[in-house]
Write a new protein. Sequence first.
Length: 421
Amino acid sequence: MHDLLVVGAGPYGLSIASHAADAGLNVRVLGRPMASWRAHMPRGMFLKSEPWASNLADPAGRWRLDAYCATRGLTARHAEPIPVQTFAEYGLWFARNAVPEVDERMVSRVAARPAGFDAVTEDGEVLRARTVALAVGVLPFAKVPSPLHGLHPALVTHSSGHNDLGRFRGKDVTVIGGGQAALETAALLAEQGTRVRVLARADRLRWNDVPPPGQRPWWQSARAPHSGLGCGWRNWFYAERPDLFRRLPEPTRARVAATALGPAGAWWVRDRVEPRVEMLLGHEVTAARAVPGGVRLETVSRTGELRSLKTEHVVAATGFRATLDRLGLLSTELRGSLATTADGSPAVGRDFESSHPGLFLAGLLTASAFGPAMRFVHGATFTAATLVRGVRHRLRTASPAGRIPVPVDRGRREAPWNTRL
């Protein structure tokens, strides 16, 4: 039986596994490493976060993004966006060096059992563990506007459903949303010859400013410090003090998690969008139906103006909503036993433990508890250290003898990686 089973091998899962192995826990990681970054983002996309705020977390801080870039002759400089492809390759490098061997099978079901959990893999094997950490990323929580529900995937997709936009060359595509995913998707479509428009509820788009230099006079830094989520004291609080954020009243936490760092485009994508992408702002889709050759969208403006348009495909870049009911890999009994917060997300304690002892959660699922940092890679550092501390506490309290973890061999070398998706 494993001490800890980590379900998911993205930035959060890999970071948790690195900390768990360093703590001497018998840990096993399941999932395809960096799968969402490798298979669900088109080539040509860039990270919105700064390179120095995009590190996966190992206890010694040895396997950073800039260290990986140095081994490949690349640069990781402040205010210079990193290609998503480079970040995905960095994650694989981190997995080879900082994490026990990853089992690339997916987990289809997790159920509670006396003194632990059963996890069923996609090929039917049952693995047992004393504790489980769910780090399932954002893909299970993709949100599509209700008027688009029921339309065939040939007509409507979520922005997270694409790693190649080439199928849309020469077509007419409508992208719904006003955030980075919508705007960068629209830019990539336009650059390949797609006729594309952005449809958003907001009356105007918001663009992030070019970040100030990394090294500034002390008084400028004191006025608006850099943080992993951007400049300013509020962003610094969200990024660097998730432990204090958790002490805020639940309604405040839920509101901030839902609204802070709202939809906005990166400064470096603005010039790629404004000259060549049609904008339909201040409009919301009220109905959609399949018609010959595509989709007919009915929209309404804030002033009540009705409009109808036909498009060949709709890409919903409308974000993610992490609620307990979307955790389909949990057994019905286990899912039904979990407490939730007002926004429908699972409740977690100070060490990321859910209301079911031994079941820990990470990433977007915990944003309403620990703040907006949990929506970004930057939150993995706090999560990994805190969650593994909670796992060790759970293992001690669950055993009358106070079992002591057996140290693992940390002198692992880089080895060839199986790049199978």
